[in-house]
Design a protein around this ligand. Structure first.
Ligand SMILES: CC(=O)N[C@H]1[C@@H](OP(=O)(O)O)O[C@H](CO)[C@@H](O)[C@@H]1O
Ligand SMILES: [Mg+2]
Length: 545
């Protein structure tokens, strides 16, 4: 790093001093916090993205400015690697270090040390490129400017502002760009609508016809807006009414959206007694989570179809297509976390599927799903997708070419190819997930109620416990058992034994300063009681916060 580069970094970092007492961690989903405190963080992550692009021989990196389902006054930043997946976990400690550097001099020293270790050369003619996107938060625009300054303060690197996007759109575009494919937002919409129409054309004509009508809760965020754009410009054969678009005075994520609906299990604002029985869906604030629901009986309760139910629907459909192929050509697997409802896991195992568990956080699920030819992953909260290995897609495309049109096998192969184009291969995507759910329901001839009957969720309860130091809880790799504090797992097991179908576990949250308790049992009363007693154990072993 030469003197000019050092001077340029010192100068630009002077514009964005670190607010006092701010302690940041890259966590499960990038840096998040009150938007008014994040200028310096976003600027520094801009620098990191440039370094990442230089390290990876000029491949394009993505930088998304969003705080997802958090409140509108928050914001955040996450990095997409060239594959469109999350930033490699190996770089997270460096992200933490530079985000917390207390002065421009310390920042430059850390960068110097890092680029030497990683053998990144700056200023020798190498070029880097970073694509920036943001959600609809009012703070997004000025944070985006800070990111641009960070990116371009590294010699040879340029920032490209892609405007307001959903998180999965940016990940999709970055992936496409690095694969040498067309990578604009228009290409995204075209790819989704073409594969959707192809799946619709492949629906057997003999089946049960269901209502096309869907009401979407857009969380007053970017997802509703983009869905409307897709419907208007590219897809006319879907009857979707978008509510909570953010245009009618509603506040982002406030009593609306996928996180609210899944955690509170109540009707979001804008929905009520007139919607009883109608198929409804909710996106979260940056449209990477999707849940379905319908308003039941008197308009004040919902029946929730969460990520586990979407996973089950996808698994059933994919399995049906794979079974139609001659010979066993692929390994299908599903990935869940410990938060998956036990009834969903039983159901999936009952289908004869390979069910594996990953740690909480999409980056962990994605990694495991990528080990299969077709790997489906979902968090219970609605974030997930279906990954197809490149070799399996090539095999399918090759097979398709040599087959006669119209046979059952040809149709199954064509459906699988279309699904691999429809469903986002980079990251969970509420828009592409919604299109796939809609087409599968039409294919099966199922109402939302019929889909809900695949299995009945076991009653569950989640509790957050504030403790002085949550890092004292250490779990096994699947997070289902606590190794520390010593003795706590035996005590939890003692509680679990008291309940029919009892299951419970604890883990420190990666996004909040709490220990999370999850409990499940055959009745709601038992799940509540098990949750409460495990929460008491956490307090007695770790003290109250
Ligand atoms: C129980 C739960 O919903 N945990 C969420 C939450 O992580 P925690 O580490 O549990 O705070 O936020 C993550 C990021 O959005 C998401 O991936 C995860 O599923
Ligand atoms: Mg989100």
């Amino acid at each position: 790093m030469d003197e000019t580069q050092i001077a340029s970094l010192l100068k630009s970092s002077d514009i964005f001093p670190l607010p006092q007492s701010l302690k940041l961690s890259y966590g499960t989903a990038g840096f998040r916090g009150d938007a008014s405190l994040l200028d310096s963080t976003v600027y520094r992550v801009g620098i990191l993205s440039s370094l990442r692009s230089l390290k990876l021989r000029s491949q394009t990196i993505g930088l998304m400015i969003t705080a997802s389902h958090n409140r509108v006054s928050d914001n955040g930043i996450k990095v997409a690697d060239p594959s469109g997946g999350m930033l490699s976990q190996e770089w997270e400690p460096f992200a933490d270090q530079i985000a917390n550097a207390s002065s421009p001099q310390e920042l430059v020293a850390l960068i110097k040390e890092f680029i030497e270790r990683e053998e990144i050369s700056i200023g020798g003619g190498e070029e880097g490129e970073v694509w920036l996107g943001r959600d609809t938060r009012p703070s997004g625009e000025s944070l985006l400017r800070a990111a641009e300054i960070g990116v371009s303060s590294v010699s040879g690197c340029v920032a490209v502002d892609k405007g307001v996007l959903t998180t999965p759109q940016l990940h999709w575009m970055v992936r496409a760009k690095n694969k040498g494919l067309n990578a604009t937002e228009k290409d995204y919409f075209e790819s989704l609508s073409t594969s959707f129409k192809c799946l619709i054309d492949l629906i057997p004509s003999s089946g049960n016809k269901i209502s096309n009508k869907l009401v979407l809760d857009g969380a007053n965020g970017v997802g509703g807006e983009k869905m409307e754009e897709l419907l208007k410009g590219y897809l006319s054969n879907l009857d979707v009414e978008v509510r909570n678009t953010g245009r009618d005075g509603g506040v982002l994520n406030e009593s609306v959206g996928a996180d609210f609906v899944q955690k509170e299990k109540v009707v979001p604002l804008g929905f009520g007694v007139n919607d009883v029985g109608v198929r409804c869906a909710s996106f979260d604030g940056d449209a990477d989570r999707l849940v379905y629901f319908y308003v039941s009986s008197n308009g004040d309760k919902i029946e929730l179809l969460d990520g586990d139910k979407i996973l089950s629907l996808f698994a059933l459909f994919i399995k049906e297509q794979l079974n139609t192929l001659e010979g066993k050509l692929s390994r299908l697997g599903v990935v869940q976390t410990a938060y998956a409802n036990g009834a969903s896991t039983d159901y999936l195992k009952g289908l004869g599927l390979d069910v594996v568990f990953a740690k909480t956080g999409v980056k962990h699920l994605h990694e495991k799903a990528a080990e299969f030819d077709v790997g489906i992953y979902f968090e219970a909260n609605g974030h997930g997708t279906i990954l197809f290995s490149e070799s399996f897609v090539s095999l399918l495309v090759g097979k398709q070419k040599g087959m006669s049109e119209g046979s059952d096998e040809f149709n199954a192969v064509s459906r699988l190819v279309a699904v691999s184009n429809l469903i986002n291969q980079a990251v969970g995507d509420a828009i592409s997930g919604l299109l796939l759910v809609e087409v599968i329901l039409q294919h099966m001839g199922w109402s939302v109620q019929k889909w809900n009957e695949l299995y009945k969720d076991l009653p569950s309860r989640q509790v957050k416990v504030e403790v002085p130091d949550r890092t004292l809880v250490v779990t096994t790799s699947e997070e289902t058992e606590a190794l520390k504090p010593l003795g706590i797992q035996d005590a939890i097991n003692g509680e679990i034994k008291k309940y029919k179908r009892g299951r419970a576990f604890i883990r420190p949250s990666g996004t909040e300063d709490v220990v999370r308790v999850y409990a499940e049992a055959s009745t709601q009363e038992d799940a509540d009681s098990l949750g409460d007693s495990v929460a008491q154990l956490v307090k007695s072993f770790l003290g109250s916060g």
